[in-house]
Design a protein around this ligand. Structure first.
Ligand SMILES: *[C@@H]1O[C@H](CO)[C@@H](O)[C@H](O)[C@H]1NC(C)=O
Ligand SMILES: *[C@@H]1O[C@H](CO)[C@@H](O)[C@H](O)[C@H]1NC(C)=O
Ligand SMILES: *[C@@H]1O[C@H](CO)[C@@H](O)[C@H](O)[C@H]1NC(C)=O
Ligand SMILES: *[C@@H]1O[C@H](CO)[C@@H](O)[C@H](O)[C@H]1NC(C)=O
Length: 483
């Protein structure tokens, strides 16, 4: 209690300082940027997990060269911080109760509004409470260096019956039109997903194991939309009703040291989904859920994934792309030093028939598989209904490298499956040091390829003799594949 009081006092003092700063800015239209932007990032206490990735994961993400301004330098992150310059807006000072029951939305909105107006403002969700808020869009533009720091527990209403009818049931925490913002903390974002997963419109959750017709919308837990230079670190994010984190229309995203978890059978609970987003680094994170560990949709490029552990999950997925004859472009994606275990897929690229555009410059390196179905899979016939028509165009897949991919597969499906489009072959698939053995049971040494071209630099295990040399004759220059 004593700590609590002194914390409150501190916060009030901070508030006064911040408000004065704000007033000064207001009066004098003082627009000069303070250059203390990273000083208030309380370094996240990341508990190293026994499941941490193989082969010396980088302690901190390697520099992501592209966009200079998007990642704070490592030295800044480990800095204990200079709290005398912080502007902390504790949600309790705005009336949040934090008993897990009260609706604290108004307090969060008010804290956000104030923090947004000062340089390096911090919305603080203190460690000694469980805060419930309803679906909220935290929007900018805000002053730079804004931090949303969750040290306690933050959660949405518990299930669809408690969801206010007037709120969107597609999303919960939304960050919109922000630049240079951090979401961090030592706490937990708890999704309360169970009642959503059990809706009778979810697969096999209806009477007698049926699936009742939808709509079956469930909220994505955290969404970043139309924003840039984002950092998300340290948090535990769990039990989302649907996707845990979603980025769309963003540029410059650094994700580090997250723990994301949901049960293996929770439907549609992708860990991190990105689309139309460029310059992304995802590092040192552990993800276990009921769907894709990381999914990469159309319009993504320059994505670097390193030292991530997935499982159980549906693996790391590019796609699905080209739905309804759309043009899809994905390029320059690297996945390195990852572990994928107990998963339905390992590394998957999936496209619908009839699309256009391309997937190019994909690099999978140093991946350890443990008991994974479909370790390496390209599926250019992706179809939800099993009734998709054969079409004459497809998203073109080229320059895909699989290097040092080792471990074990679940024998229920062949470990390597390259089903490329009839009309558009996959080209320049490079395989090197790919060695996959059965986790248990009988070897399925029956890799499958259809219309797939490339080279093996070393002997693949199981042996793969269906990959064709050179280039297909029919592959003409074609503007369909331009991006
Ligand atoms: C904090 O800021 C003050 C004033 O700018 C400075 O004198 C001090 O050295 C800083 N402390 C740390 C730990 O950076
Ligand atoms: C590929 O992406 C990385 C970041 O992930 C970036 O640094 C690099 O410049 C990109 N390469 C190309 C050729 O675009
Ligand atoms: C699509 O093409 C495949 C392979 O040529 C063929 O087996 C299948 O019957 C075709 N499906 C339809 C719906 O035409
Ligand atoms: C094949 O892919 C590799 C790796 O992406 C690339 O370095 C090489 O230039 C490509 N080869 C051709 C002929 O395009």
């Amino acid at each position: 209690m004593k700590n609590h009081h002194s914390l409150m006092l501190l916060c009030i003092v901070m508030l006064v300082i911040c408000q004065n700063l704000g007033n000064v800015e207001g009066r004098y239209h003082f627009h000069k940027k303070q250059k203390s932007k990273t000083s208030n990032i309380v370094s996240p206490a990341y508990a190293p997990s026994p499941e941490d990735p193989i082969s010396q994961p980088p302690d901190y993400p390697p520099p992501v060269p592209s966009d200079q301004s998007y990642a704070p330098a490592p030295s800044d992150m480990s800095d204990p911080g200079n709290s005398t310059t912080d502007c902390i807006f504790d949600v309790r000072s705005f009336g949040a109760v934090g008993d897990g029951d009260n609706d604290d939305t108004a307090a969060f909105r008010d804290a956000w509004k104030e923090a947004c107006q000062v340089e390096s403002g911090v919305v603080l969700v203190p460690s000694d409470g469980t805060f419930m808020i309803t679906s909220t869009i935290f929007s900018g533009p805000c002053k730079s260096g804004l931090v949303f720091q969750v040290d306690g527990v933050l959660m949405p209403p518990n299930g669809p019956d408690c969801w206010p009818k007037s709120d969107s049931s597609k999303q919960w925490l939304v960050f919109y039109r922000l630049d240079d913002m951090t979401l961090t903390g030592t706490g937990t974002i708890e999704g309360n997903g169970q009642k959503w997963w059990d809706l009778p419109c979810k697969p096999h959750k209806g009477p007698g194991g049926s699936t009742l017709p939808g709509p079956c919308e469930s909220p994505a837990l955290i969404r970043f939309f139309m924003s840039s230079n984002l950092v998300v670190t340290g948090l535990r994010i769990q039990n989302s009703p649907q996707f845990h984190m979603k980025f769309d229309g963003c540029r410059g995203v650094l994700i580090n040291r997250l723990s994301i978890s949901s049960p293996k059978l929770s439907p549609n609970t992708d860990g991190i989904h990105i689309e139309n987003t460029k310059s992304v680094g995802i590092y040192n994170s552990v993800i276990g859920n009921g769907d894709d560990c990381i999914s990469i949709g159309t319009g993504c490029s320059d994505v670097d994934i390193e030292a991530v552990t997935c499982g159980p999950s549906h693996g790391i997925s590019i796609g699905s792309l080209g739905v309804q004859n759309s043009r899809a472009c994905v390029s320059n994606i690297t996945v390195r030093n990852a572990i994928i275990k107990d998963s339905d897929n390992g590394l998957r690229i999936k496209t619908w028939q009839g699309g256009s555009g391309s997937v190019t410059g994909i690099w999978f390196e140093n991946i350890q598989m443990e008991n994974v179905r479909n370790c390496l899979i390209v599926d250019q016939y992706y179809c939800l209904s099993k009734a998709c028509r054969n079409q004459t165009s497809a998203v073109y897949l080229t320059d895909v490298t699989y290097r040092n991919i080792k471990g074990t597969y679940d024998v229920r499906s062949p470990p390597i499956h390259f089903a490329c489009s009839d009309s558009v072959a996959c080209t320049n698939i490079t395989m090197s040091e790919v060695e996959l053995l059965p986790y248990e049971g009988v070897l399925v040494d029956d890799p499958f390829c259809w219309n797939a071209y490339g080279t093996q630099e070393t002997l693949t295990i199981p042996p793969i003799d269906c990959l064709q040399d050179g280039m297909p004759q029919s592959l003409a220059e074609n503007s369909l594949y331009d991006c």
